[in-house]
Write a protein that binds this ligand. Structure first.
Ligand SMILES: NC(=O)c1ccc[n+]([C@@H]2O[C@H](COP(=O)([O-])OP(=O)(O)OC[C@H]3O[C@@H](n4cnc5c(N)ncnc54)[C@H](O)[C@@H]3O)[C@@H](O)[C@H]2O)c1
Length: 353
């Protein structure tokens, strides 16, 4: 398969067209949205946060021309001419969507609400206001996932028969203070990315099973470890196993996505999650059995989940606004199904009590 020799992620280039205005000036905007938009040449025209000095600080660091004093000021000045990029905790999203002009183009951070009820209300609101809205489930557009999708599409690994997502790391949860007191933590805020990715790669499962667990040292947090199993029938095993409290050094930390097919396999090491937030190098490896003397090969990645994947989720909204596509791939209409699976995972978990 010599065409795979050039499997490589390149920063996608599209005409950025309409500028973006951002609502929320928190950690994820600083650490991922703004660096991603800078890499892709996406123009950020303004920012608003209820903590205005915080927005001002970020505006100065990233040369954002305008800091708005309120949502009304932001929408009044921009109407439908820009893309609204919402990055606030999930339970605040609906309130903000309600204030946006009808017919707007919107990207909202995951989760799409804190539970299925909020997710369904968000979907309903988007329909009523005719918003073209997407959810920032950006793992779908991480460089190594795009590379894997290219190989799968080319038929290189044959039919997929096994997907394993394994995370054994130490995650400094205290960095996200809003999680203290949250009713749901691990699946809703972390494994949700993997649930979305599994759906994105394999379509809707017949069912999902889950057990999610707390940690004695994390008394202020609900669950921080999960086992999730998908039902894709007789021949396809899919599961997610996460332990975010492996507090025993880097030596035995590990995090990967492994996709096995009938003709080959791909293994992606999620270095970003290890030794967080410094991270270690990501690795993309594959093996193809129809190659003479088949052996594992590794390919350079040229980007990572943070920030590169964030380019992909915003590009979907830009492409929809330009009329290049009818609906973003990460539309609320699609992502509601990720939220429904998350809800079902928690329902399954509750059945253990
Ligand atoms: N990989 C990912 O996609 C990823 C990673 C981290 C966080 N997130 C999500 O992004 C969201 C924000 O996370 P964060 O880490 O930036 O949190 P954060 O606490 O650092 O920032 C949130 C910001 O939102 C602001 N805010 C809250 N309500 C607002 C409102 N009504 N209008 C304007 N601003 C408002 C707060 O003042 C704060 O500055 C969360 O829902 C989180 O799940 C996603």
């Amino acid at each position: 398969m010599n065409h795979l020799d050039h499997i490589r992620y390149e920063i996608p280039v599209i005409d950025p067209g309409s500028p973006v205005v951002i609502i929320g000036a928190g950690g994820i905007v600083q650490g991922a949205h703004l660096p991603a938009y800078q890499l892709a040449g996406i123009r950020v025209k303004g920012i608003f946060d209820i903590d205005i000095p915080k927005a001002e600080k970020l505006a100065e660091a990233y040369n954002i021309p305008r800091v708005y004093g309120s949502i009304e000021q932001m929408t009044g000045e921009n109407g439908n001419s820009c893309i609204y990029d919402i990055a606030v905790p999930g339970n605040r999203i609906a309130g903000l969507l309600a204030q946006l002009p009808d017919n707007s183009y919107v990207l909202m951070q995951k989760p799409m609400g804190e539970n299925q009820q909020q997710a369904e209300s968000i979907l309903q609101l988007c329909r009523e206001k005719n918003l073209t809205a997407g959810v920032n489930f950006q793992l779908r557009y991480a460089p190594y996932v795009l590379m894997a999708k290219e190989m799968i599409k080319a038929g290189a690994i044959g039919g997929i028969c096994d997907v394993e997502i394994y995370v054994n790391v130490y995650t400094p949860w205290h960095l996200w203070s809003f999680l203290e007191g949250a009713e749901r933590v691990e699946i809703l805020y972390h494994s949700i990315h993997y649930i979305d990715l599994v759906r994105h790669l394999l379509g809707e499962p017949r069912g999902i099973f889950a057990k999610t667990t707390r940690h004695p040292k994390m008394a202020k947090l609900q669950e921080v470890k999960s086992n999730i199993i998908f039902d894709y029938g007789e021949f396809l095993r899919v599961h997610i196993a996460t332990n975010h409290i492996h507090d025993f050094g880097l030596h035995n930390q590990d995090a990967f996505i492994k996709i096995e097919g009938t003709k080959g396999a791909i293994k992606i090491k999620l270095g970003l999650l290890m030794n967080y937030p410094e991270g270690v190098e990501d690795v993309f490896e594959f093996i193809l059995q129809d190659e003479p003397s088949a052996s594992w090969k590794s390919v350079p990645i040229n980007g990572s989940w943070f920030p590169h994947a964030f380019i992909g989720s915003m590009h979907e909204i830009i492409k929809a606004k330009h009329g290049i596509i009818n609906r973003p791939d990460n539309s609320v209409e699609d992502c509601i199904n990720t939220m429904r699976l998350v809800e079902e995972a928690y329902r399954q978990n509750a059945s253990f009590r």
